[in-house]
Design a protein around this ligand. Structure first.
Ligand code: DX5
Ligand code: ZN
Length: 219
């Protein structure tokens, strides 16, 4: 089952509740929430209070992507606020195995995120501790960037490793996903597609999501 996760980074923050309700109605599967701290990435976004507010307006799984230093300090707060999935950047975690177990103990599904320049070998020994791997196909920090093409080969290799190991780990991809490239990214082995600008910059969210889902049905 292939899933679409609109990233609220590109939504109108003055009408966040309405925006989330609108993408839910438009066929979104998860709500992707980008948390940035101004240290790990050169941008600042939102914290657990906003996740708590969103929890009250949607029944969709909330997918919290932590682009922050020292994520351990904030994991319990995000899970208590209502995050269903929490992912941490491998580059920000010294004790990655412990951090991933903390996410599960706190009650959320753990994921690990790789920046475009980070190799798959960095997650070899945590693949059995995660529910999903998030492959960044742009450098994190901003919406509306171009998809980095070699992400396709990274997704292919990751998919092969997961299959060879017989693991039940999903592959999520984030950055520059749009109607034009989603089918190819899917064929490489991705299961969950984050899309910010491709949805929120379209006047009709339903049409944008439907067009992507249609492409996902292509072989
Ligand atoms: C980037 C974020 C992404 C971003 C994707 O740091 O992690 O989730 O919102 O935006 P688009 O789909 O516009 O590339
Ligand atoms: Zn993200």
């Amino acid at each position: 089952m292939k899933l679409i996760a609109p990233s609220i980074l590109s939504a109108d923050f003055s009408r966040l509740a309405e925006e989330v309700r609108a993408v839910e109605k438009a066929g979104a599967d998860w709500i992707h929430v980008d948390v940035m701290d101004g240290h790990f990435v050169p941008n600042i976004t939102l914290g657990p209070l906003v996740v708590e507010a969103l929890r009250a307006v949607t029944s969709l799984p909330i997918d919290v992507h932590l682009m922050i230093e020292n994520p351990d300090a904030y994991i319990p707060a995000f899970v208590q606020a209502g995050a269903d999935l929490v992912s941490v950047q491998v580059e920000a975690c010294v004790h990655l195995n412990r951090t991933l177990h903390r996410i599960r103990e706190a009650g959320a599904r753990p994921g690990v995120v790789l920046n475009p320049a980070t190799g798959l070998e960095t997650i070899e020994w945590v693949l059995d501790a995660v529910d999903f791997v998030l492959v960044m196909s742009v450098n994190p920090g901003f919406g509306g960037q171009h998809f980095i093409e070699n992400s396709l080969e990274k997704i292919r290799r990751l998919h092969r490793r997961i299959t060879d190991a017989g693991l039940n780990v999903q592959i999520e991809v984030d950055g520059g996903i749009k109607e034009e490239n989603i089918a190819e990214v899917s064929r490489a082995g991705a299961d969950i597609f984050v899309a910010g600008s491709a949805i929120f910059q379209c006047p009709d969210y339903g049409a944008a999501i439907a067009a992507m889902k249609k492409r996902l049905l292509e072989r």
